[in-house]
Design a protein around this ligand. Sequence first.
Ligand SMILES: C[S@@+](CC[C@H](N)C(=O)[O-])C[C@H]1O[C@@H](n2cnc3c(N)ncnc32)[C@H](O)[C@@H]1O
Length: 303
Amino acid sequence: MRSDLFEATRRSLQREPKELPPVWLYDERGSLLYEAITRLPDYYLPRREAEILAVHAGSIAAQTEARTLIELGSGSARNTRFLLDALGLERFVPFDVSERMLLESAGAIAEAYPEVSVEPIVGNFEHDLAALPTDGPRLIALLGSTIGNLDPQHRAELLRLLAQELREDDALLLGLDLVKDVARLEAAYHDRTGVTEAFVRNALTAVNRELGATFDQRQFVYEPGWDLEHEWMDIGLRALGPHVVAVPELKLQIAFERGERLRVEISSKFRRDAFETELDRAALSARSWWTDRLGDFAVAVAS
Ligand SMILES: C[S@@+](CC[C@H](N)C(=O)[O-])C[C@H]1O[C@@H](n2cnc3c(N)ncnc32)[C@H](O)[C@@H]1O
């Protein structure tokens, strides 16, 4: 798993614009910072998703008859509880790269739902789907618009892998943030308290620690922005002046120019038609599509 991440980091840092794989955001501290973000008033995503799941979890249970729920990128698995309450499961398999958060949330769920066998897996959902249990019917969930953190090429690849993984009686459940007013999007990723900035900067701290890199936080300013062409929030940092960052573990020297961006994450915002085309290309189709009252967020069932 580490060598895949190191290789992905090498490629990302040599790309134009330079990037870091978003997995670096979710070390132990990053996972706690993300939890703090979910409580920010302007970060509407988890609350809109909760609104939809509160209304439609029964319908998801009736449609899928799932006995195993697998949640990719489960994090604190807070909204998952709507599904756990409705589904009548034998098994819950939270799956995440962030081990500490995964084990803590798995422990809390095992305590709250003693009738369900909770079987956490530490892994990267872009590489490790072979580790998933096969007994069905299975519902594979990706909540919190986590799929929006993948660029279109990686998203297509993940949807293709998931389509291969799904059997006849399995289904996929996706939480998707929708395109909306740019000011609201920007407010969601640029809070005044600085928690989101700390979360993004923590990726540099993680790379310094794990790869011996020499990223200097003072050389960068936090700068999230709406990318109109791709309809994603481009979340990253901008170099204040020319400088070189060494990454000894990858035997790299990365030169930044003044004003050059380092992308740490994207958060794609979706439209129904375009997303259904993406599903179609992966040989999947949406069985249901629900939104919250304001039309901010969608939850889709696909098979
Ligand atoms: C946006 S958060 C969503 C967390 C949770 N699903 C929620 O809705 O609150 C993304 C989660 O996916 C995990 N994650 C990100 N990339 C991953 C990957 N490639 N493989 C496995 N987990 C990943 C992170 O550790 C984090 O817990």
